[in-house]
Design a protein around this ligand. Structure first.
Ligand code: HEM
Length: 228
């Protein structure tokens, strides 16, 4: 079959050559498992590209562009969550046991360089956000305690909302992954890198922008419910 221009452009031949052929699969679910993992690497590459662009935008005070990119990157995490849920729905635990036997010891997604980079790039955005606060003589607390209708600094408040949404989507993926682990290998089986569900629970509790979540508490420090 002659390769179409479309196939040439996306390097279809090369990409598909990395997927196992039907006769090589140890079970039907292996194509889904390998496919989802491969797609995840593509998606993390795009997320990382966006995170670098967010940094540039925030550093040149282009807040609205940064906000848009945060929402776009969040959508990509959402698609990873969907893929994780797809596996929980359709991958049979006994089939994964067959796959696991051939994956190789230590071959865990925890070692994905693209995943690791996404975390580093995400956390690295905090200093750019702090610079913007300084530039406008603001503090996180002062922004959080503003009313929604305040016209001044509305872009900064939109940025906070976008950062929270991004963080939420990352955490949501971690929770979906945790349930995938429960449903596929159980909650007492050790991972390929020696990780337990305890390790994963601990990981998911580490927000990308912890100070933003914490600042919400401050708003309620002096709040006392009215007794009726
Ligand atoms: C299908 C069955 C899966 C099982 C049983 C599983 C299990 C595990 C376990 C036990 C860990 C802890 C580290 C270790 O010892 O390996 C881990 C880490 C990880 N897995 Fe999975 N996983 C599965 C699928 C996936 C998929 C489809 C993705 C991506 C879409 C993924 C992404 C990750 C990431 C990013 C980590 C590192 C987490 C961190 O350190 O923050 N996993 N996985």
């Amino acid at each position: 079959m002659t390769e179409t221009s479309y196939e040439k452009y996306i390097h279809a031949d090369k990409i598909l050559s990395f997927q196992k052929k039907e006769g090589e699969l140890v079970c039907y679910g292996e194509l889904d498992f390998q496919g989802v993992q491969q797609e995840a690497e593509f998606i993390w590459t795009r997320i990382n590209f966006m995170l670098k662009r967010i940094k540039k935008n925030l550093e040149s005070n282009n807040i609205i562009e940064g906000v848009g990119l945060f929402y776009h990157a969040s959508d990509l995490w959402g698609s990873l969550t969907n893929k994780t849920q797809e596996l929980l729905k359709h991958l049979w635990p006994k089939d994964f046991l067959k796959i696991r036997k051939i994956i190789g010891e230590g071959a865990s997604t925890a070692d994905s360089q693209r995943y690791r980079e996404s975390e580093k790039l995400g956390r690295n955005l905090w200093s750019s956000f702090e610079n913007l606060l300084k530039l406008n003589s603001l503090t996180l607390e002062s922004l959080i305690s503003q009313d929604r209708e305040t016209e001044q600094y509305s872009e900064m408040r939109s940025l906070i909302s976008a950062m929270m949404w991004y963080d939420y989507r990352v955490q949501e993926f971690s929770i979906a992954h945790l349930y995938l682990v429960f449903g596929i290998i159980g909650d007492r089986t050790v991972g390929l890198k020696g990780g337990t569900t305890g390790f994963l629970i601990d990981r998911y509790q580490k927000y990308i922008f912890p100070k933003i979540w914490d600042s919400i508490n401050n708003l309620y420090l002096d709040f006392k419910p009215v007794r009726r």
